[in-house]
Design a protein around this ligand. Structure first.
Ligand code: IMP
Ligand code: MG
Length: 412
């Protein structure tokens, strides 16, 4: 007998190593051809995954990014699913996509009142608001923990909304819309719900493979991110088996996705953030506006300190580096290699986390990408960047993305 370790699967997860919006949607779409199914395991319609094919641009919030590759589409139990968003996205896809979609019956549902709840909580925080997407994701997971929220499979059995309604009322939120929402959600979900965990296991039994699509980024993880400025779910690769209800051995390896600079949408510390003209230019060139809310994203330089932390947390050995075309149009490229904090320098993100808002970036200018042309393979500037990232982070760069379009991907 040959001992194969804990992972004996070809399954792969794609996770974000920064604050979300690393370009996971594009990488998932690119990789999806090699898998039988694409599964979402976390988050909900707070996510915005952009996929560009030719001149057509698609933004998915809930449906997995493999939607345009004819793959099985799985929405696992760990997702906070908003049936209204699901209906909207299905309407944008060809009719046959419906038959490829399976929503786990254990999924937490987001009700319309959860969105009011989200807005109310943000209002109550005043100037310390988190800058949530107001999609009701936090309230929906919180109500799940309180055992009040309906799951996707509960509507069929005639879910008792009385406890949830009185909870909403106690907060002066109006539950009047729940009945109509439950009826239309049931009609939609009735045909889509099933056992996602069982489906993944059957795919594995038949020798197939699944691609797991992460949402948000590791630094937004509820437990391990920059709390309280985080999302309300887990965003690390280690969450995948728990979220989907599959054995850890089916989780597979994790591919980390990192943009070659940094962005953050919403509030919270961001040590390598920049302001002024360079920031404006980076935002414009990178089209750094939230895919879900349209908000201008905060921008900054690549932050190696936080990346070392997120790479370790996810057990990532290989990465995809995105948006190289953007840096090739910037005059200067800087990289944050350490933080100055309390009079000394540190590269330990974990220990800096409590005082991240006071951390000053120590910047390096290792290379320029000015004018680099990625259209005919990896240019010399690109090769230097690959070596720099591999040396600094101890990972292998597997993919370089130099444009939104599917074909603008270099495999190394
Ligand atoms: P929530 O997830 O809507 O509760 O928002 C909490 C924080 O996570 C806010 O800073 C959001 O901007 C951020 N966030 C949530 N989803 C995404 C995403 O998909 N990309 C980037 N930031 C996100
Ligand atoms: Mg996004």
């Amino acid at each position: 007998m040959t001992y194969r370790g804990w992972s004996d699967t070809a399954n792969l997860s794609v996770v974000g190593l920064q604050w979300g919006d690393e370009g996971k949607g594009k990488i998932v779409d690119y990789l999806a051809s090699g898998y039988d199914a694409v599964a979402r395991f976390n988050g909900g319609s707070n996510a915005g995954h952009t996929v560009v094919i030719g001149t057509k641009k698609y933004t998915f919030h809930l449906v997995p990014s493999g939607a345009l590759k004819g793959k099985q589409l799985l929405i696992g139990a760990g997702v906070a699913a908003d049936p209204e968003v699901l209906a909207e996205e299905l309407a944008l896809l060809p009719e046959e996509a419906r038959s490829r979609l399976l929503v786990d019956s254990r999924c937490t549902l987001v009700t319309p009142v959860d969105k009011d709840f989200d807005a109310m909580l943000e209002g109550a925080r005043g100037t310390a608001a988190l800058g949530t997407t107001k999609r009701g994701i936090g309230p929906s997971y919180a109500l799940r923990a309180l055992r009040l929220s309906p799951r996707a499979g509960d509507l069929a059995a005639g879910f008792d909304f009385a406890p949830l309604a009185s909870f909403y009322k106690a907060l002066s939120l109006d539950p009047a819309r729940l009945a109509a929402w439950a009826a239309s959600s049931h009609e939609l979900l009735g045909r889509l719900t099933g056992d996602v965990a069982g489906r993944i296991e059957s795919i594995a039994d038949a020798g197939g493979s699944v691609l797991y699509e992460g949402s948000q980024g590791t630094l937004l993880d509820l437990l391990h991110g920059s709390y309280p400025y985080v999302t309300s779910t887990h965003t690390t690769a280690s969450y995948i088996p728990a979220a989907l209800g599959i054995p850890p051995k089916l989780a597979g390896k994790a591919l980390g996705v990192m943009k070659c600079y940094a962005t953050r949408v919403g509030s919270g510390p961001f040590p390598s953030e920049i302001a002024g003209e360079s920031a404006e230019r980076l935002r414009t060139l990178g089209n750094e506006y939230g895919a879900t809310t349209g908000r201008p994203r905060r921008v900054g330089w690549l932050d190696l300190v936080s990346l070392k932390y997120t790479i370790r947390l996810n057990g990532v050995e290989e990465v995809a580096v995105t948006k190289l075309d953007v840096l090739s149009r910037m005059d200067d490229v800087k990289v944050c290699v350490a933080y100055k904090l309390n009079g000394s320098e540190t590269t330990d993100f974990q220990s800096a986390m409590g005082a991240l808002d006071q951390a000053q970036p120590v910047l390096d200018t290792p290379l320029s990408l000015r004018g680099a042309d990625f259209e005919h393979g990896l240019p010399a500037e690109g090769k230097r960047l690959v070596s720099y990232i591999e040396d600094q982070l101890g990972v292998r760069v597997r993919f370089m993305s130099h444009g939104e379009e599917r074909s603008k991907t270099i495999e190394l």
